[in-house]
Write a protein that binds this ligand. Structure first.
Ligand SMILES: Nc1ncnc2c1ncn2[C@@H]1O[C@H](COP(=O)(O)OP(=O)(O)OP(=O)(O)O)[C@@H](O)[C@H]1O
Length: 285
């Protein structure tokens, strides 16, 4: 039989290379020894966050949000499972993870006694930038985060919103690929919250930044996040867009995210679930 001839000349095709996710976890687990036994803070989280996604990580008090965040940012070793963050394996290359992520803790981390300029240049120098590079990076960050008029001010004299912008600038000093924000707007007034939301949106649209955000504010999660993951008692109990969660859980056309949250977890956003032992069934929508 003659060989088959293609009807059209063969054009070399470059196969599409799938973009690896920003974060992937498999069975991520953390337990803590306690006097009364073991606290199972995180019980096998399987999660994928795509690059450029803003992910809202929600759950009642004690659900395991901070423990998960601390594992993903290398601050706490998992007791089980695995995770890849920004292409680096958490267990084998924590240094690589740290180079590629920015972490803004709930309590911030700035020194109240130094100026904004000193704080930012010191942070940039920690990432081995020369003095001149650190100064240039500080100017860049100040412009981007609207801190230009505050550079000579002592950190202690900043308002809550200004302090939060500085915290984020510090987290961005080394141009990370993924930004972890732990409760970024707790304690801010509505105007400062709206400014911060705008900033997070800009980081994603202008830099393609992946943002992993924990929050207690359901309106914040709904306004900012592309996708929500709800955890309870250390497990993922629901995930999807806010709209999908509302229609899957809300039970009526006018259902709110609060309705969906209560239906998925069995309680309100501020209830402490850490001592409960029953596990909910995970539902993805
Ligand atoms: N170092 C620790 N030692 C013992 N138990 C801990 C430790 N850290 C966290 N836990 C427990 O693990 C569980 C999950 O805590 P975690 O802080 O991750 O919850 P969370 O969802 O962040 O809660 P919150 O919204 O209140 O901050 C809780 O029962 C908590 O008491």
């Amino acid at each position: 039989m003659p060989p088959l001839t293609p009807a059209t000349p063969a054009i070399p095709v470059t196969p599409a290379v799938p973009t690896p996710p920003a974060i992937r976890t498999s069975g991520l687990t953390r337990s803590f020894p306690a006097t009364s036994g073991t606290v199972e803070a995180v019980r096998g989280i399987d999660l994928t966050v795509t690059r450029g996604e803003i992910l809202g990580f929600l759950g009642p008090n004690g659900a395991g949000k901070t423990t998960t965040l601390r594992m993903l940012t290398t601050l706490l070793a998992p007791t089980g499972g695995s995770a890849t963050v920004a292409g680096c394996e958490l267990a084998h290359d924590p240094e690589g993870v740290r180079r590629k992520i920015g972490y803004v803790a709930q309590s911030g981390g700035v020194d109240p006694h130094v100026t904004v300029w000193e704080e930012l240049t010191t942070q940039a120098r920690l990432y081995r930038l020369s003095r001149a590079e650190a100064a240039a990076r500080t100017r860049e960050l100040a412009a981007e985060l609207d801190l230009g008029d505050l550079l000579e001010r002592k950190c202690a004299a900043l308002s809550g919103g200004q302090r939060r912008r500085l915290d984020i600038a510090m987290g961005l000093a080394h141009r990370p690929e993924i930004l972890f924000l732990d409760e970024p707007t707790t304690g801010l007034d509505p105007g400062s919250r709206a400014d911060l939301w705008e900033l997070v949106r800009r980081l994603r649209s202008e830099r393609g930044m992946t943002v992993f955000l924990t929050t207690h504010y359901l309106d914040e999660a709904e306004a900012l996040a592309d996708r929500l993951v709800i955890v309870d008692k250390g497990r993922i109990v629901a995930q999807g867009t806010a709209e999908a969660l509302k229609s899957a859980y809300g039970g009526s056309p006018g259902a709110t995210l609060q309705d969906a949250f209560i239906a998925a977890t069995g309680h309100g956003a501020e209830t402490d679930t850490s001592d409960a032992s029953a596990a909910a069934t995970p539902i993805a929508v």
